[in-house]
Design a protein around this ligand. Structure first.
Ligand SMILES: NC(=O)c1ccc[n+]([C@@H]2O[C@H](COP(=O)([O-])OP(=O)(O)OC[C@H]3O[C@@H](n4cnc5c(N)ncnc54)[C@H](O)[C@@H]3O)[C@@H](O)[C@H]2O)c1
Length: 416
């Protein structure tokens, strides 16, 4: 069977690294999705590639950027793809024509503002197209559950791109946590520098908040570490002021903290506390693009991980400060033959696992239930994360604690 064709939806920082007319100032100057897909095509794992955005006018510059920063760097790696809409058109619905051009069994990746994940994913699922959605899967719990129902109806795989599940340190810690008794306490912090508010000005504070953008990572890690527990109450708190000083819209919070009560499914007397904090108003020159760490405590032990300053550090006069790099996430240095060599990074592995699962499903070698049982970040395995993030938003908007009620079934989730 031919490898699946893949349509990349969204042409921004994560897909191409091209933002605001040039390369992103973050650690993703050439993006992640495009580079990974071009390399998976070189390795024969994906077939035809296409990309869709809102404005076709950006494509000539994007193609030039990819040629200069990928083809010329990695041994002439083929960066060609079919683009939608045409170079002289602007069309927010162009994703429909791009998806209609795919064969059933093909796949799409969605890296667009959070509010657009649901309609784009639903359109693809209903046409028997497998879907990878960046985190957060959806903003609303009911949308997440609807996508789950539709994906089972149409027999397609939906994978949420929670790449931190494949970070070697986090994956090892998850296994260790299973041996540390009952879940008792989890604390996480994740931040990015203020300039991201400029990169994301089209949607930051309007279509998404910092909790959806960054807390989503550690809430998912926590969910994946404690399958015996379910979240029952969320109380959110936010700090404000810095984003406003930078000209962001009034709804933009700086830092959001979610305080979550978790209860053991088999013994409701066992309660655990999760505290998840995320910020996009961190200093510009913190030395790392994303600060990120967590502390897990069980009844028989604890785990502490600091993911920010690992790998190696570089002092570069042009940067004017020490910078820590993380090649475990995306390794951009070519190998001795000049080819891209980042296949071991968890930013890449996450996409390869999705594509391998799609191929195995298309060839009848695996079922959707088996993929859920493998603990992959499927729609079914990430319901609690969406419930917590949505409850956090409600808690801030309604200025109260929000209870999460669940009977354990796919559709049995609601708020009180
Ligand atoms: N940038 C990162 O480091 C990163 C990492 C992980 C996940 N994400 C997630 O990626 C999403 C945003 O993508 P980004 O980081 O590339 O941001 P971005 O703002 O740079 O790009 C967003 C892209 O979405 C496109 N878009 C908007 N509406 C669309 C539509 N209707 N059809 C097709 N394309 C549409 C825009 O044209 C733009 O190219 C968010 O959900 C975010 O949480 C980003």
């Amino acid at each position: 069977m031919a490898p699946p064709s893949v349509l990349m939806v969204g042409t921004g920082e994560y897909t191409t690294g091209f933002v605001g007319g040039g390369a992103s100032g973050s650690d993703k100057k050439v993006g992640v999705v495009g580079l990974t897909m071009f390399d998976l095509r070189r390795r024969g794992k994906v077939g035809k590639l296409s990309m869709v955005g809102v404005s076709g006018r950006k494509f000539p510059a994007i193609k030039q950027h990819l040629h200069k920063n990928i083809s010329e760097v990695y041994n002439g790696l083929d960066v060609s793809f079919e683009s939608f809409p045409a170079d002289d058109q602007t069309d927010p619905d162009a994703y429909k024509a791009a998806i209609d051009a795919l064969e059933p069994g093909s796949a799409i990746t969605i890296f667009t503002p959070d509010t657009t994940h649901y309609p784009i994913a639903l359109y693809a699922i209903q046409r028997k197209i497998h879907v990878l959605i960046t985190k957060p899967a959806t903003k609303l719990l009911e949308d997440h559950l609807k996508l789950l129902e539709e994906s089972r109806k149409h027999g397609v795989f939906v994978f949420i791109e929670h790449h931190k599940r494949f970070d070697p340190a986090y994956a090892d810690a998850r296994a260790k946590a299973q041996k540390l008794g009952d879940f008792n306490y989890f604390y996480s912090y994740m931040s990015q520098p203020k300039f991201q508010l400029e990169t994301f000005k089209a949607w930051a504070g309007k279509d998404s908040d910092i909790s959806y953008y960054l807390n989503s990572h550690h809430v998912d890690i926590c969910e994946s570490m404690v399958p015996e527990y379910t979240p029952v109450k969320v109380t959110a708190s936010a700090s404000t002021g810095t984003a406003w000083d930078l000209g962001c819209v009034a709804e933009t919070e700086d830092t959001i903290t979610l305080l979550v009560d978790w209860r053991k499914k088999s013994d409701p007397s066992r309660v655990a506390t999760g505290v998840y904090t995320a910020s996009w108003t961190a200093p510009q020159k913190a030395g790392v693009h994303s600060n990120q760490y967590f502390h897990y405590m069980g009844s028989k032990g604890e785990i502490r991980i600091n993911q920010a300053k690992r790998g190696y550090d570089v002092a570069d006069d042009e940067q004017g400060h020490l910078v820590w790099y993380n090649p475990f996430y995306m390794r951009y240095a070519p190998d001795e033959e000049g080819n891209f060599a980042g296949q071991t990074g968890y930013g890449y592995i996450s996409f390869e696992k999705f594509i391998d699962a799609v191929t195995a499903l298309n060839e009848g070698r695996v079922t959707l239930d088996e993929l859920d049982k493998r603990g992959l970040p499927t729609l079914r395995n990430t319901i609690a994360t969406t419930a917590i993030l949505h409850a956090g938003r409600k808690s801030l908007d309604e200025k109260r604690s929000v209870e999460i009620v669940s009977d354990g079934s796919d559709n049995g989730w609601s708020f009180k």
